[in-house]
Design a protein around this ligand. Structure first.
Ligand code: FDA
Length: 285
């Protein structure tokens, strides 16, 4: 039995259940000087026809961004495009989206999911990168032990990478578990991407990592236009504005859609304060 939870419990982290509801949120963020990346929520889709419908939704989203003159790119999960059962179908679907992204001069970020999906995600990325170097980029997770090699490869390609800590529960064989080690790795990869890759996105709410990035950019004379910070919708909103006011690019990841539970659950797992926030508002509602 599938239980549908009421949307208001996720409202802090998810902009709306529909695109029409998400547009005013994006506009408001843009007016505050924040860039956006829009994610139409959905993952682990096993139905061929549904992957094609999701592809159409993303194409529609790209045209809507253009028509509404929003400052927004898109983020998507390949597991919603057929990655779980037919990689050729997944490539076909992503190829349709990238064609439109190029036509509209937009950018598609391939979110990174659990470690079993990393090899095929990077394979799909490399398949398209030569044709779409300005329109597609992967995410690398600092907690994975394989990531050093992936960072070096992305530096060789001069690819546009989003660097994150990593949000999935992974075993010690594949991922570092200690937060200090993950932070050290994040900083080392940030430095490589800032100097050897192209326009990296440093995606974190962690002040230690934000300060390290600012200090490194200043020390090396890296311009504020040559990288960006990213944060999630609903998390550290004042800090998002403050960083933008300092003249850095700050992009907010704005998820929307009815399939919000897995995303919402990852946010709760990350931080006990997020659970407390939701509980507090549940009892207030
Ligand atoms: P974390 O939650 O570890 O907190 C560390 C420190 O940051 C805290 O101790 C505190 O100092 C500060 N802090 C955090 N939240 C705060 C708050 N609300 N108020 C005050 N201080 C706070 N993951 C993935 O696996 N694949 C992906 O594709 C993506 N994509 C993605 C995009 C974007 C834009 C972001 C920001 C993140 C992701 N992630 C992700 C998620 C990422 O891997 C990670 O799980 C979360 O960002 C949480 O880690 P942080 O480094 O942000 O801070």
């Amino acid at each position: 039995m599938k239980i549908k939870l009421p949307f208001f419990i996720a409202r802090r982290f998810v902009a709306a259940e529909t695109l029409a509801g998400a547009i005013p949120v994006v506009r408001r963020l843009n007016e505050e000087g924040l860039h956006v990346t829009l994610d139409r929520l959905g993952e682990h889709v096993y139905d061929r026809q549904l992957t094609e419908e999701i592809t159409d939704t993303y194409i529609h989203l790209l045209y809507t961004i253009e028509q509404e003159k929003l400052d927004a790119t898109i983020s998507l999960k390949l597991s919603s495009l057929g990655q779980m059962f037919d990689l050729e179908l997944c490539k076909h679907n992503l190829g349709r989206i990238l064609k439109v992204a190029k036509e509209l001069n937009n950018f598609v970020r391939l979110d990174m999911e659990d470690s079993s999906l990393v090899p095929s995600t990077l394979e799909v990325f490399e398949h398209f990168y030569p044709e779409y170097p300005d329109n597609v980029g992967p995410v690398l997770q600092a907690y994975l032990k394989r990531t050093e090699q992936d960072v070096r490869r992305m530096c060789e390609l001069k690819a546009r990478v989003r660097l994150v800590k990593g949000a999935y529960k992974e075993p010690p064989e594949v991922a570092y578990q200690d937060m200090d080690v993950i932070r050290q790795k994040f900083i080392a990869y940030m430095k490589l991407l800032m100097t050897e890759a192209r326009y990296p996105a440093i995606a974190t709410h962690d002040d230690v990592l934000i300060q390290a990035t600012k200090a490194f950019a200043a020390e090396k004379g890296i311009r504020k236009d040559d990288f960006e910070f990213q944060m999630l919708y609903g998390i550290r909103t004042q800090t998002q504005r403050d960083i933008a006011r300092e003249g850095y690019h700050m992009r907010v990841y704005v998820p929307y859609g009815t399939d919000w539970f897995p995303y919402f659950y990852r946010r709760l797992r990350e931080r006990k304060e997020n659970v407390l926030f939701v509980l507090k508002h549940l009892f207030r509602a």
